[in-house]
Design a protein around this ligand. Sequence first.
Ligand SMILES: [Zn+2]
Ligand SMILES: [Zn+2]
Length: 359
Amino acid sequence: MTSCLRICIGCCLALLSWKALAQDANDLIKGLLIEASWLQHQQAQPLKDSGYKQLVINIQSSPTDSQLRALQRLTEHDLEVWYWIEIARDEQMAAQHPEWMASIQGHPEWRRFHPNFPKETQGEVVKVFPWVPVFFEGAFEAHFEKVNDLLEQWPSAKGVFLNDLQGAPTACGCGHTLCRWTTDYGPKTTARNLGHTAPAQFIKRVMEAHPDMECIPVWATECEAHDKDGLCAGVGCYNGACWREWSKQLAPISQATTHLAALLTYKELQRDLDVYGTRAGWIPKAIDSFASESKRFNHPAVPPERLIGILQGWNTTPEEETAQIRHLEKSGTHGFILSKMPITSEWEPRILKMDGKPQ
Ligand SMILES: [Zn+2]
Ligand SMILES: [Zn+2]
């Protein structure tokens, strides 16, 4: 009885704190994501005139003097600075440690995109270049060092977005960019897997090292039922492992952070399909899946007010940007970041000898 009461009070407090998040319009995020190399040309006033409050900077190497001066100038105009760091998609790390790359095993449907790719032998495995997920022991440490070094080299900021903490595209071999629930769908492994809590452990490690910054994971959704006849090429992914493993990985992340970012770059992710009705009509569905798909597998729903939408602001018309923002604003989220730089999910197959030596 007492413990029930305690749990109930705990639930109420948790509910109240999520309610407290909802939602003073002035607190909502409205940010623009740019490359660090664009900093010198970025003016503050036009951004502020358009209602932008946050500037998110993609950092990949240490800052130059002119970038630091530009950053200083922008913060004087009251723009809040955040950073964006790409995790899994790392060409340099993939080249140095090909054994840490995710693999493509299981279904062969991905080969329709690479019809001339040679068949691997028993002593070989097909890797997903350049995807190096944090799930692998050595990669976890190397990515942490990368993030830590960057955050120490750049001036302090309000927070950091960490992109691609999941597995690699085409996880089961179906070829769908949004099937990324595993690192190895088969028996051939070349590194030790830390299990489904690895992304949450990674976030916690960064938060411990940088307690004064908000650390926000950027999370992609999985495939959908209608994809079976489309991008999943006949493989029954949606009713298979995809969302079950997705929700298992998301649940501990959701406990670790207040806000999460949802990757909603609908054109890049090939979600600009007629099946979604209106332009960018996939966006509300994707936001809803953080609640509905978590619940389908008995994990706590992640409600919209905890989500920050990452929208596509490259290769888009003004009408497409407006449509995305309109969907987003109606969905009750904690705001959005419009990315002006490409956030790519590209991959290509590479054969690796199982003894670790690249071919
Ligand atoms: Zn899938
Ligand atoms: Zn699939």
